[in-house]
Design a protein around this ligand. Structure first.
Ligand code: F6P
Length: 534
């Protein structure tokens, strides 16, 4: 099927996307899907009916439906770690039982959620107090999946945040935690240590720093700490009492974990009810993904556009461009979700991949990006498929006209990418200012090649439920891309080597060991940094 798809691409590669609209006035409808009040439009790509047919065959050929069922029913599809992949169980609020190795995990999920809700309600109401009174600030200390989800969600749902302020500390760079501690009062701060493994060096280092900070002002600092972890055997050693430890099972991957205890800071900020709405959104997307035909299945179609652009057309990167400023952290969140999941060089059976792995994912909210990197997207020599996101309505009714301007900008960009501007049109633009060779030269700079693909996700408004739908949509997109490529999307061995080498380098940086055995560059950099104060 890959060969057929590549041959098809070769046959249509020079065709202009615009011509597809000229040939078929139903194209916008035929290459869009609406589900759960969202609209996903992939008509501004070079995918035609034959190409879509082949892509859908690829899903069948690679057994995606069976693997999807295996995921939802708790089979150990994370094969290198022998684990089930069941973040969907965390939002299976009114669904049936879900078994892992014969045991229904749902009673545990419900109990865990209830415990989180009770604690969040106590923090919000002031029933849970710090040494100096009701909690005013929550600091979530975590990194990767233990940071990006709640941090992204807190920013996305700021209009719903009516609880204590939340802060997110992730980097081992002392500048990160120092900036946050400076703005908080230890007597009214709750510190949440979020780490699936409870061993991550950055998180444990920051947690100890926070504890020392709190100890200076509070007699029982550990009382103002909570822990979110799968390693509940380790949280006690840090001094966190069991009633403030929120555990989760190993079948929740770090980058898929914001639906459970890792979402505690978000729940405290927006309240348990709004958090449940977020879960409901995720569950609604699960149901859609599990039931809809491939031709109507939003996550599958989003995945197929990704596979078409990356593996078939060879476009190495993908820009995520939310025209929704509150989704400002979504590109970073998706970077981990997609690149840690599908950035693998071997397939499940350990053999080298026959296709490229997942793409480089990057992005920034529009309109800001327009004034920064869109130049390259429009006129650079490489094609960057763009994924636009836009809400019909903002949260500021009094500034509705400003939101309309945002929408106009979003739609203008995908139109400009597709249409471009020809040399004739460019000449016309500047014909009144230049002539002769200078006209030619100036016009050349104003040509936009166009024919650059994009997809657009439009939705009514960024509510908690909608955020749940969006995050689950992308999770399932990653699942489908990984399944088609034969990748285990649920391990992350590629982060290990750097961690090991950092551990080995620390005593060298501290001056306790010399750099013998290190390569010349590393040794020289250590020497330079030590000579300058390290
Ligand atoms: O090093 C990568 C990673 O394991 C991510 O997968 C994970 O989200 C992050 O580190 C944090 O891990 P933990 O929650 O165990 O501290």
């Amino acid at each position: 099927m890959w060969d057929k798809l590549k041959a098809h691409h070769e046959a249509v590669a020079t065709r202009r996307i615009e011509s597809l609209f000229e040939a078929d006035d139903t194209r916008a409808e035929a290459f869009s899907v609406e589900a759960l009040s969202m609209r996903f439009d992939f008509s501004k790509t070079n995918i035609d009916a034959a190409g879509l047919g082949l892509l859908i065959e690829l899903l069948d050929e690679t057994g995606v439906a069976a693997r999807r069922e295996a995921m939802f029913t708790g089979e150990p599809i994370n094969e290198t770690e022998g684990r089930a992949v069941l973040h969907t169980a965390l939002r299976n609020l009114d669904g049936g039982p879900v078994h892992v190795a014969g045991t229904d995990v749902m009673p545990g999920v419900h109990e865990g959620l209830s415990r989180m809700e009770a604690f969040a309600a106590d923090v919000r109401s002031g029933a849970f107090r710090g040494a100096g009174g009701a909690i005013t600030d929550v600091i979530n200390i975590g990194i990767g999946g233990s940071d990006l989800g709640p941090a992204m969600g807190y920013r996305a749902l700021s209009p719903y945040a009516d609880g204590p302020r939340c802060h997110f500390v992730s980097n081992v760079d002392p500048g990160d935690i120092a900036e946050v501690l400076r703005t908080c009062d230890p007597k009214t701060t709750l510190v949440i240590v979020a780490s699936k493994t409870f061993t991550t060096i950055e998180t444990m280092t920051n947690a100890r720093t926070a504890k020392a900070w709190m100890s200076e002002a509070v007699d029982e600092p550990a009382r103002q700490f909570a822990a979110l972890s799968s390693a509940t055997d380790k949280t006690g050693a840090f001094g966190i009492a069991e009633d403030r430890v929120f555990g989760f099972e190993d079948w929740v991957g770090g980058r898929y974990s914001m639906w459970g205890p890792i979402g505690l800071s978000l729940m405290i900020a927006i309240g348990p009810e709004a958090f449940r709405a977020f879960l409901r959104g995720g569950q609604a997307m699960d149901r859609h993904f599990r039931a809809a035909e491939w031709s109507e299945n939003m996550p599958a179609l989003l995945a197929l556009t990704g596979l078409w652009h990356n593996q078939i057309c060879g476009y190495a990167t993908r820009a995520v461009l939310p025209y929704d400023n509150r989704l400002g952290r979504l590109p970073a969140y998706l970077q981990q979700l997609e690149m840690e999941s599908n950035g693998k060089r071997v397939s499940m059976d350990g053999h080298a991949l026959t296709q490229d792995s997942g793409p480089v994912v990057w992005g920034e909210p529009g309109t800001n990006g327009q004034h920064a990197f869109y130049q390259l997207i429009h006129q650079g020599t490489r094609v960057v498929p763009c994924e636009f996101m836009i809400a019909a309505e903002g949260h500021e009714p009094e500034l509705h006209h400003q939101h309309q301007l945002l929408i106009a900008n979003c739609l203008a960009q995908s139109e400009a990418l597709m249409k471009g501007r020809s040399l004739d049109e460019a000449r016309e633009k500047v014909a009144d200012k230049f002539e002769g060779d200078e006209l030619e030269r100036q016009a050349a700079h104003r040509v936009f090649p166009g024919n650059r693909p994009s997809v657009t996700l439009a939705y009514p408004k960024l509510t908690p439920e909608m955020l749940g739908q969006i995050v689950a949509l992308y999770e399932h997109r990653v699942f489908v891309e990984g399944a088609v490529l034969g990748i285990n999307s649920y391990d992350q061995w590629g982060v290990e080597l750097g961690k090991e080498l950092a551990t080995a380098l620390q005593p060298i940086v501290e001056g306790k060991e010399d750099a013998t055995g290190k390569d010349g560059s590393t040794a020289a950099l250590v020497t330079f940094l030590k000579a300058n104060g390290a």
